[in-house]
Design a protein. Structure first.
Length: 359
């Protein structure tokens, strides 16, 4: 059995072709630039060449690509986008238009001038991955497990608030892997980025998750992640911390990594478990929010499990800045010996849950 797990982040897309016969350690794996970084590079090249841009395709992750679009517009160059592609920039299309972007229907593409730089938006770079495997004689699978970060469709409400309502509901329903992952047919319609991603690989045996929970459930597979545990994924773009008890999430916060520092993050970790970190505090600091369904007290935490490409925020801090109580429990997780594929391991667990196949 082979399953292709793809964890699409802000900076990288982490790819694991799990092969049951070879085991995880001998399965093909790659860490490559994320699709939004690739799109941003294409837009910047168009900006340097002073070429107007046409955006087509699917709803995908923003961040680097959205910043590149704004820079392109500042240079006095045009950006045209189909309605679906424009939703990558903002769920409120009037706001997209107010940026100076022209939005068109798909059927109007044929009437546009030919000198536009056409850039397709898509979170899954299936053709590129398939080609890379082909170069090494690796067959492409028919089973997929994919994670992207989805704020949910929220044209009026702040997408940070909307995203956390989704997390809150998942925790209230039980906080287990089954509450944070979906088969194709079970994806909630408001998770438009995940829905668009699933349409690229429709009619296959697949599972989808948000990147944050995928990393949390993947990190719990590290043998040193004793529970109750506060699991923290410090990503390139976002940092998510979760209180896990018996493999269920009972509390959660999410912030932008760039707005955190070692002292603030350590404080968040302790206060999440103590139950006194609030939604408004995180939101007003520029983060996404916090929800606590169960507090157990930091003294009852068995491990603080840290993973993610920006884990150096904690790993490299001065001894005088360390919280001694936290550091007694701190562990840098690398499930199956690979920290960068933590999200992929969470995806494999979700696949096993939904399809009850041996992994």
């Amino acid at each position: 059995m082979q399953i292709l797990a793809i964890d699409v982040g802000t900076g990288t897309q982490d790819i694991l072709l799990y092969d049951a016969e070879k085991g995880i350690e001998n399965s093909p794996m790659m860490v490559m630039p994320s699709p939004t970084v690739m799109v941003a590079d294409k837009i910047r090249r168009a900006t340097e060449s002073k070429i107007d841009v046409l955006l087509t395709g699917y709803i995908m992750g923003g961040g680097p690509s959205t910043r590149a679009i704004k820079d392109h517009l500042k240079k006095g160059l045009d950006v045209i986008a189909t309605k679906n592609a424009a939703l990558t920039i903002n769920d409120n299309l009037d706001r997209v238009r107010s940026m100076g972007i022209e939005i068109i229907d798909e059927h109007d593409l044929g009437s546009l001038p030919e000198n536009l730089q056409r850039i397709n938006l898509q979170d899954l770079t299936i053709d590129e991955i398939k080609n890379a495997f082909y170069q090494f004689g690796v067959a492409f699978p028919s089973k997929f497990a994919v994670a992207v970060q989805d704020h949910g469709n929220s044209p009026k409400l702040s997408n940070r608030v909307y995203r956390f309502k989704h997390f809150e509901n998942a925790i209230k329903k039980g906080g287990g892997l089954e509450n944070f992952s979906y088969k194709n047919e079970d994806i909630p319609p408001y998770l438009t980025r995940i829905k668009d991603t699933s349409s690229v690989i429709d009619n296959t045996k697949s599972v989808f998750m948000d990147t944050g929970p995928a990393a949390i459930f993947g990190a719990l597979q590290d043998p040193s992640s004793y529970q109750p545990s506060v699991v923290v994924n410090i990503g390139n773009g976002h940092t998510l911390g979760a209180l896990a008890v018996d493999n269920r999430v009972t509390a959660l916060f999410e912030h932008h990594t760039s707005k955190l520092n070692p002292s603030k993050l350590q404080d968040y970790i302790v206060r999440l478990s103590e139950g006194n970190l609030t939604f408004d505090e995180v939101l007003n600091d520029g983060g996404h929010g916090c929800y606590i369904n169960k507090k157990i007290g930091f003294d009852n935490i068995q491990s603080v499990t840290v993973t993610g490409p920006s884990r150096g925020m904690i790993q490299n801090i001065d001894i005088i800045d360390k919280n001694p109580k936290l550091w007694e429990k701190l562990h840098f997780a690398a499930p199956f010996g690979n920290m960068m594929l933590t999200g992929c391991f969470g995806l494999l667990s979700a696949y096993r849950y939904h399809y009850e196949e041996y992994i």
